[in-house]
Design a protein around this ligand. Structure first.
Ligand SMILES: Cc1ncc(COP(=O)(O)O)c(C=O)c1O
Length: 490
């Protein structure tokens, strides 16, 4: 029987594109169809077809997890809660996606977005309840005087705007950031993102980079690491130029899930402000209750930043991010207009409101605290029995497992980290690697992660590390990272 026209058209779209890139086409009848329908009508592709299209049409710098591994990149079709489903319908436990904060495709988020999309989607220049309500609800989660909101679309935009605000407010250009940090992909944010391999080449200058206060790598106590960092910062401030702002995450995520030492933020903010600069907290990954003990991770350090940036979990995957600051800092822009076409649109704000409501009603911050403690202890049990685990750290559902070749020298083991990530994928447990040496397994699951999920994660990690002990060459040697600069300030 003849297929409906829409189906033929769907087939023809993929086939035309596949022919252009030399991939196998599905059907010769469909290949003869003359015109391409809109991309949105394209039917499902096999993984090979999909990868061929991707290779042909996407810029190669847009990398995929598991690319180059034996199993190849993961081809997903849907998500629910803490699980992602592949084209065979197999469920994978997602231990790493901190964007799907309240769970993949949470039905209430989907309903809120759909309802608003069907009703009105427009920008912040019109009066609408959603934007006003979300601004009020957000500031209610923050300490005074952080009561003034700018809505944007991504963490990069949020940090970019924070940098602009600080520069405008202080009349200075210089920024201070911390080694290992990542704050975004625009020109200004790359310049404060030493994590990015490409930052150096693209940086626009005007940045002082402080050493990472990583107590594990430094082998220091919190107090020692904080005073060494303060001494280094004092020297940077003495040398000048005076900074517009000091920018750091409240837990350094891309930097290797590094917990800032006790007292660190207090000292750094104090020194920044004494010199007339502003303190910016990047909560793009760490906010919205993930750290368990507080809604914002900076709160557990007893400090209040001048500017807070947020993104990833805020829209549960829908593009939504924000800068929240004081009225005084926001006034730096009063004489000009700040407009962002999609920032604070009615649909994004509907989603943001729903995410906040779900967090509260499902008590997900409390859950992050409780399940996070269980996960940490299960991972520590693995660490106790596997010599390659140098450190297990974190709080709430923001955890890291640092793998080393030798516990004594703490030489990083990025090969084992990559191996473990691949092996765990074979057991359908998804984690990722991070840190300056790419030897830290990061664990940041959706906040609906359960104790049973944590047990599955620990068991998959244990068997992956056991396999690594058996299968990786025992005598592999790496390079010890250079002696951390902070030690010279002790
Ligand atoms: C701490 C931090 N800040 C900012 C960003 C940039 O956010 P986005 O990718 O939404 O632009 C990221 C992204 O990974 C991040 O981890």
């Amino acid at each position: 029987a003849a297929r409906p026209v829409s189906m033929r058209l769907r087939r023809s779209a993929s086939c035309a594109a596949l022919r252009r890139c030399g991939a196998r086409a599905h059907s010769t009848a469909a290949a003869a169809a003359p015109t391409a329908p809109p991309a949105a009508a394209a039917g499902p592709l096999t993984t090979d077809e999909n990868l061929a299209l991707r290779k042909r049409f996407l810029a190669p710098s847009q990398k995929m997890h598991y690319d180059g591994s034996e199993a190849g990149p993961l081809h997903l079709t849907r998500g629910r809660g803490a699980y992602l489903y592949d084209t065979d319908g197999a469920a994978h436990l997602d231990c790493v996606n901190n964007v799907a904060h309240v769970g993949h495709c949470h039905p209430r988020v989907v309903a809120a977005a759909t309802r608003q999309l069907e009703t009105l989607n427009t920008n912040s220049r019109y009066v609408h309840d959603n934007i006003a309500r979300l601004a009020a609800a957000l500031t209610a989660t923050l300490p005074a005087p952080l009561d003034t909101v700018f809505f944007v679309n991504s963490g990069t935009e949020a940090n970019d705007l924070a940098i602009r605000l600080a520069r405008k407010r202080t009349g200075r250009q210089q920024m201070v950031c911390v080694d290992g940090a990542y704050h975004g992909h625009s020109v200004a944010t790359l310049a404060v993102s030493p994590y990015s391999k490409y930052a150096e080449a693209e940086a626009s200058g005007g940045t002082a980079v402080l050493s990472q206060p990583d107590v594990y790598r430094l082998g220091l106590s919190d107090e020692q690491a904080t005073s060494a960092a303060a001494a280094q910062y004092a020297e940077v401030l003495r040398a000048g130029p005076a900074p517009a702002a000091f920018l750091v995450e409240s837990v350094m995520c891309c930097g290797g899930q590094v917990q800032l030492p006790r007292g660190y933020l207090g000292r750094m903010y104090e020194q920044t402000r004494a010199g007339g600069g502003l303190a910016i907290a990047d909560e793009v990954q760490t906010g919205f209750g993930r750290s368990g003990s507080s809604f914002w991770a900076f709160e557990s350090h007893g400090v209040v930043p001048d500017i807070v940036t947020m993104g990833k979990p805020m829209g549960n995957g829908f593009p939504l991010a924000a800068v929240v600051t004081t009225g005084e800092v926001a006034d730096a822009f009063r004489s000009s207009e700040y407009f962002n076409t999609f920032g604070g649109n009615t649909v994004a704000c509907a989603v943001g409101l729903e995410v906040l409501a779900i967090l509260e009603e499902e008590r997900l911050q409390e859950s992050a605290c409780r399940v996070g403690a269980h996960t940490l202890s299960r991972l520590r049990e693995v660490g106790d029995s596997r010599g390659a685990v140098g450190d297990v750290r974190g709080r709430g559902l923001l955890l890291g497992v640092e793998l080393v070749r030798d516990r004594g020298t703490r030489e990083p083991d990025p090969e084992l980290a990559a191996f473990a990530m691949g092996r765990m994928r074979a057991e359908r447990v998804l984690v990722s690697t991070d840190g300056p040496h790419r030897n830290v397994l990061k664990i940041k699951p959706p906040m609906c992660f359960s104790d049973e999920d944590a047990d599955a994660l620990a068991s998959a990690l244990d068997s992956a590390l056991a396999a690594g002990e058996r299968e990786l060459p025992a005598g592999r040697t790496g390079v010890l990272p250079p002696r951390p600069a902070l030690l010279s300030y002790l």
